[in-house]
Design a protein around this ligand. Structure first.
Ligand code: PEP
Ligand code: MN
Length: 361
């Protein structure tokens, strides 16, 4: 009991380390593969926790679905030999029990599980009375409420140490990513849970090796607390997610090449300069708001005019003309087409709402 308590304290301390680096194979495949990966990862000196999938929820049947419970003793041995605590994905209450029985230190809930409140509840019920850190991946679909719901279910079962993993979101059609990062959702989740560990999973965002470093760097620049990246002793022949895994050696190089910026602003000069620029930004934001307020007042006037003359609110040609004009101007000012579209969509919606109110008063 005392040893368990000691271990529990240590794992919580370890999870508070910044940056926190978790790595290991997508799936545990063989005893030898788990052991070799763990030893090579430990040798890099860059990794804090060993990950491995034991049960693999696959999108399509027929893919490798994990070795199951027989892989848990392999993890125990790898932990003993490498000194790295281990993390495993759980999707059912039974898997929670099995993982805990074999001394798994950290559990995580996968993206395909977070989407399903029944599954999350089943996992949460098995966690009652247990002191183990639980990391919760974002759901496959870009739905913040579902992610928050999973956090609440796990928290309600008494788990105190909950962390978040941003692994990107599934979107229809091919993009350069396997799962679009949609960074704004992770940032909003962080804003709502400021004290929760938030780590990034470049492997499942990228789905390929060549852009892992760039995504990892971006996450660190956005002040994420750490990374979970898949690694394998023979990536090309991995039984799952072969394209996105890297060797432990490459993992070490990647972590080394990341530029770790600090959120704290130390020197006074730096601080003063930042303050100056920030107050310029605040000033400009105030002016933009003033202008937007004025723009809506003009829209109100037009609304009244349309009402008196019985004209529809939306006039497609006028709207196309506004956008075309904005694209040309925006390009000259270094504003992307994507931004211009989003910005004008939002302004347009607000205008329409204003006019709607006036016309139906
Ligand atoms: C994994 O970590 O191997 C995994 C299955 O990830 P996700 O749940 O993010 O798809
Ligand atoms: Mn994987």
């Amino acid at each position: 009991m005392e040893a368990t308590l000691q271990q529990a304290v240590n794992i919580h301390t370890l999870l508070a380390k910044r940056p926190l680096i978790i790595s290991g194979p997508c799936s545990a495949e063989t005893e030898e593969q788990v052991m070799q990966t763990a030893l090579q990862l430990a040798a890099t000196g860059k990794v804090d926790i060993l990950r491995a999938g034991i049960w693999k929820p696959r999108t399509r049947p027929g893919s490798f679905e994990g070795v199951g419970t027989k892989g848990l003793p392999w993890l125990q041995q790898a932990k003993k030999a490498s000194g790295l605590p281990v993390a495993v994905e759980v999707a059912t209450g039974k898997q929670v029990e099995d993982a805990l029985h074999f001394g798994v230190d950290v559990l995580w809930i996968g993206a395909r599980t977070t989407v399903n409140p029944f599954s999350v509840q089943d996992v949460a019920d098995a966690l009652k009375g247990v002191d183990v850190p639980v990391l919760i991946k974002n759901p496959i679909n870009p739905d913040l409420e579902l992610w928050i719901g999973a956090v609440e279910r796990v928290a309600k079962s008494g788990i105190q140490n909950i962390g978040l993993i941003h692994r990107g979101f599934s979107s229809y059609g091919n993009t350069e990513y396997r799962n679009a990062p949609m960074w704004h959702l992770a940032i909003e989740m962080k804003r709502r849970n400021p004290d929760m560990l938030m780590i990034n999973d470049p492997s499942h965002i990228c789905g390929r090796r060549d852009i892992l470093s760039a995504v990892a760097q971006k996450a660190i620049d956005l002040d994420f607390d750490g990374l979970i990246i898949e690694s394998h002793i023979d990536p090309d022949n991995a039984w799952s997610d072969a394209k996105q895994q890297v060797t432990p050696e490459r993992l070490g190089e990647m972590i080394n090449s990341i530029i770790w910026r600090s959120e704290d602003i130390h020197s006074e000069e730096l601080h003063a300069n930042m303050e100056k620029m920030r107050s310029q930004i605040n000033q400009l934001d105030d002016e933009l708001m003033q202008l937007l307020g004025q723009r809506m007042k003009v829209a109100d006037k037009i609304g009244l005019y349309k009402k008196e003359n019985n004209i529809t609110i939306l006039q497609t040609n006028r709207w196309n003309a506004i956008l075309d004009r904005a694209f040309v101007k925006g390009e000259q000012l270094g504003l992307s087409k994507e931004f211009i579209t989003k910005y004008f969509d939002a302004v347009h919606m607000e205008s329409i709402n204003h006019q709607n109110k006036i016309m139906n008063k």
